[in-house]
Design a protein around this ligand. Structure first.
Ligand code: PEP
Ligand code: MN
Length: 266
């Protein structure tokens, strides 16, 4: 296993992943049109960079969406990547997206600074191999039914393929809590910090499934020692084409970030 050795740290643009200061990966669930991704990126920049003085900021947005129903919005694909790249260039922030299909890896790598593997594709080994070949930094989400060791073995596919810039994202488990979308097991954070040299980020939006829980999960994740947060933000969450219940509005996002700063977690 290549999982032993010095802790992994890497830069994505100006953002440092795995360092002392947490990274904030924020943006909409799906990139719905060019205006909304630019407006969201500008707001994130204003709050995190201009107001709070953070450097470790990455814009997220889905171009290919893993939807339960084939009749739900599936994402705008490569067009969305163009809009995302433009939003990144205009704000000076690095951008990342999810890739599900190994055939989309090379086109995605032309547009984005990093790629995340969604929960449902954690064990999509042809995808992991292709990502290792592409050489872009990869954030690997844990599947909601996968064990920690299965997750770390999937990360090994990336490391064994020669990729050094790999981080993990915890995003909750399918469980007994019917008041949240998934159960967020915060013990994963210190366990990964002990077991693995890879940075551990917590996605606080997907386990919550509802906006009111997001700030609480964010403070818990950072207090537990996470190297960063992934958090969904949308200009008009109630009108979002995916995950409308859990995305934060701009004002909710700003309040959450100020609260974390007030608690010295950011
Ligand atoms: C997402 O990040 O929008 C997403 C679909 O997440 P997950 O793969 O964790 O369900
Ligand atoms: Mn989502």
């Amino acid at each position: 296993m290549r999982e032993s050795g010095e802790p992994v740290r890497f830069h994505i643009g100006r953002a440092m992943v795995g360092g002392e200061e947490p990274v904030i990966i924020a943006g909409p669930c799906s990139i719905e049109n060019p205006e909304m991704i630019l407006e969201t990126a500008r707001t994130i920049r204003k709050v995190l960079v201009d107001e709070l003085g953070l450097r470790n900021v990455i814009i997220r947005g889905g171009a290919w969406k893993p939807r339960t129903s084939p009749y739900s919005f599936q994402g705008h694909g490569v067009k969305a990547l163009e809009w995302l790249r433009e939003a990144g260039d205009k704000t000076g922030l690095p951008v990342m997206t999810e890739v599900m299909d190994p055939r989309d890896v090379s086109v995605a790598a032309e547009y984005v600074d990093a790629i995340w593997v969604g929960a449902r594709n954690m064990q999509n080994t042809p995808l992991l191999r292709e990502l290792a070949r592409a050489g872009k930094p990869v954030f690997l989400k844990r599947h909601f039914g996968a064990t920690i060791n299965e997750w770390l073995c999937s990360a090994e596919y990336l490391l064994a393929g020669g990729l050094e810039e790999v981080a993990l994202i915890e995003r909750g488990t399918r469980c007994i809590n019917e008041y949240a979308r998934f159960s967020l097991d915060i013990t994963v954070v210190p366990i990964i910090r002990k077991l693995s040299r890879l940075p551990i980020v917590v996605d606080v939006s997907h386990p919550a499934g509802r906006r009111d829980l997001v700030p609480w999960l964010a403070r818990a994740a950072l207090a537990a020692g996470a190297h960063g947060l992934m958090i969904e933000v949308h200009p008009e969450p109630e009108k979002a084409l995916s995950d409308s219940k859990q995305q934060l509005s701009f004002s909710e996002f700003a309040e959450t970030m100020r609260m974390l700063r007030g608690m010295r977690l950011l």
